[in-house]
Design a protein around this ligand. Sequence first.
Ligand code: OGA
Ligand code: NI
Length: 292
Amino acid sequence: MLRNEEIKTSSDTSNMHQNFQIVNHGIPGTVLDDMLDGVLRFHEQDTEIKKEFYSRDVTKGVYYNTNFDLYVTPALKWRDTLSCVMAPHPLDPHKLPTVCRDITIEYCEYVKKVGTNLFELLSEALGLNYNYLKDIDCAEGLFLLSHYSPPCPQPELTFGASSHYDSSFITVLLQDQLGGLQVFHQNQWVDVTPVPGALVVNLGNMMQLITNDKFLSVKHRVLAHKIGPRVSVASFFRQHLPPENSRIYGPIRELLTPDNPPVYKETSVKDLVLHHNGKGLDGTSALGPFRL
Ligand code: OGA
Ligand code: NI
């Protein structure tokens, strides 16, 4: 796990790590590998079996589709996704596909602990009590996206994921060793090279909103590949759509001063997610309408 000093605490946000990789996070390598294998097994089943899970109803606990933003996106991404709402309410395990059920539950137990640790460290990096972000329920919701990108004959014409910001507080990302993930840093796209056993952490839009731009969410994308498949698992720490969230979030009062007045309105995660989903992955931040 990264140490506290490794997260910049400076008030200068220009150098803030919006994206970093962690090792020694406590999840055994076998669990990481088994989770990626489970995702592969799910996606490589017969269409007839996967059909049972196919849905675009985001209020379902478990659903499988391609391009959540299919009807609004300017361009299609070369990727299918199994989405599972794992927390705050425990999911009925029988809703999960049999081929990846046990490992998904096990992985999520571990990833929740990693998330809790990260929220403690990030609270301290903000100069707050280490319980602060947990106490405002940032670690409560867990939305798991298990992605699969088949080999792509013309990768230059599409993306695994086009440029976007995550709607979460933070996202803990497990990727295989194929690569393709990039972050936008100092005006250019930079590869996030896979490190065996490491997890990638992205700061998301909700984190940017509650920290009043002290922690910025990271713009990122995934290139498509001729070889493949590529699999990845994104654990979004945020609550999901109704009936799960009513809590209102705004810039944390303790971080505000006369020189640093709030730059965002108060909002619910639901409103941010609905706006994010409604516009699709168009490269812009979902925070626009929430700015004062
Ligand atoms: C995401 C995402 C990256 C990846 O799910 O939001 O950015 O490598 N995923 O799959
Ligand atoms: Ni993302």
